[in-house]
Design a protein around this ligand. Structure first.
Ligand SMILES: [Zn+2]
Length: 427
């Protein structure tokens, strides 16, 4: 299965100095900062998924793109904008979509088919997904009754999605676009998803994106895909929107899935409570060393007088110092752990992560990772601290995730990657 990494303008600054935490004064973000696919020699995804909702800054994607970046993407196209055409780099595919989760609360999608086609044309994507509207209700029991039992607000979303898919395909074939079109199947039950796929196939689609399954349990997803498989023509291929259930990849492939997209490897680095750092056999929890200056909660307590700022800074600096010494085998583990405990009592009173700190520090998983991030960053990659470290850990996760896919997922045996939990995340 091909893995598309959804763009959300996640870049790292190569000039960032981890010892001083300073940047090069003349760094220009859009020129100097690096995307995940530029950091590694090896491929970490097969393509990029670019959402109009994110580029436009709709609610789910607000603040990701500046006005200047948006204009530049539309002017030069995705290949140039994401620097995908560098001679020494692997070739990545580009796929456009609308980012239906960014407007999921609206009654109707905020885009016309023409607007979306214009976006896809300007960006010059290899493939493009029809305009869709996510159905938030999932009720398999509605399959037992008459279709009239399903609320109109739910069926309307499917009708809108199918109608927009029909328009999209008509306009794609009527234009000189080289884009490979995908129609979106939305549903509220296995049967209703199968109905969508039948309709899309009748329209002429041979590549279908299955949407709205992000919040569902793995068993529900498999039931839907099985129902779709009953009506799927042998030449119809599926893309799974926002799904990373690596333990059932073999089933996904059996049901016709050839591609998927997911932000989980990146997001888990800094959104998950526990599984922040991927290793081949399991995940580790990152070591929390928040910045006194950058931590809103801590700053509030400093202003209220319950935390002494110079003391907090001293504990923070001591943790950083001991952690880097530990990485060079110049400090004892117990000394590092007690410094972390002492600082934690100040930044997160009442919590204790001593167990996971010990687990991660004892195992030193960064020492055995051969990715560019771990080799250059050392212990900093497991520190939960600021965007430069957290995002690099996310990039490392992408590297590990893609390596696992190469070894297992793509060849149809997904069980080796069970250690990466299928956390439900919005694409
Ligand atoms: Zn690594």
């Amino acid at each position: 299965m091909k893995f598309f990494f959804p763009d959300s303008q996640d870049l790292v600054d190569p000039t960032f100095d981890f010892a001083t935490e300073r940047r090069f004064a003349h760094r220009v973000r859009h020129r100097d900062d690096l995307y995940a696919h530029e950091v590694f020699e090896q491929r970490v995804c097969d393509g990029l998924l670019v959402s109009k909702g994110i580029v436009d800054g709709l609610s789910g994607g607000a603040g990701k793109y500046s006005m200047a970046q948006r204009h530049r993407l539309l002017r030069v196209g995705a290949t140039e904008f994401f620097r995908l055409n560098r001679p020494d780099r692997p070739i990545l595919e580009t796929m456009g979509d609308c980012g239906a989760f960014t407007y999921v609360r609206e009654k109707v999608p905020p885009y016309t088919v023409d607007e979306v086609l214009q976006f896809y044309t300007d960006c010059d994507f290899d493939s493009g997904i029809s305009v869709d509207h996510v159905i938030l209700d999932y009720q398999p029991r509605w399959d037992a009754g008459a279709v009239e039992a399903v609320p109109a607000a739910v069926t309307e979303r499917q009708e809108i999605t199918l109608d927009l898919a029909a328009q999209f395909l008509r306009k794609c074939s009527g234009s000189k676009l080289r884009i490979n079109p995908l129609g979106v199947a939305q549903g509220w039950s296995p049967k209703s998803y199968a109905h969508s796929v039948t309709q899309l196939q009748d329209m002429g689609y041979r590549y279908i994106a299955v949407g709205g399954m992000v919040p569902l349990r793995t068993n529900d997803i498999l039931t839907i895909l099985s129902a779709i498989n009953d009506v799927r023509r042998s030449e119809t291929r599926l893309h799974l929107l926002g799904i990373t259930r690596t333990d059932v990849f073999a089933d996904f492939e059996r049901f016709g899935a050839v591609s998927f997209d997911s932000t989980s490897p990146l997001r888990q680095a800094f959104k998950d409570d526990k599984n922040n750092y991927y290793a081949p056999e399991r995940s580790y929890t990152a070591i929390r060393v928040p910045q006194v200056e950058g931590n809103a909660d801590l700053q509030k307590r400093i202003r209220a007088g319950s935390v002494n700022q110079p003391n907090a800074r001293r504990l923070e600096q001591r943790c950083l110092e001991l952690l880097t010494k530990y990485d060079r085998s110049e400090a004892q583990l117990d000394l590092v752990l007690s410094a972390l405990d002492e600082y934690e009592a100040v930044h997160s009173p009442g919590k204790s992560v001593a167990g996971t700190n010990r687990d991660t520090l004892e195992a030193m998983p960064w020492k055995s990772c051969r990715c560019e991030i771990c080799r250059s960053l050392g212990i900093h990659v497991v520190l939960f601290r600021g965007a430069e470290r957290n995002r690099r850990r996310g990039f490392h996760n992408l590297f590990v995730f893609y390596q696992q896919l190469q070894r297992t997922g793509i060849s149809g045996h997904g069980d080796r990657v069970h250690s990466m939990p299928a956390t439900v995340l919005v694409q």
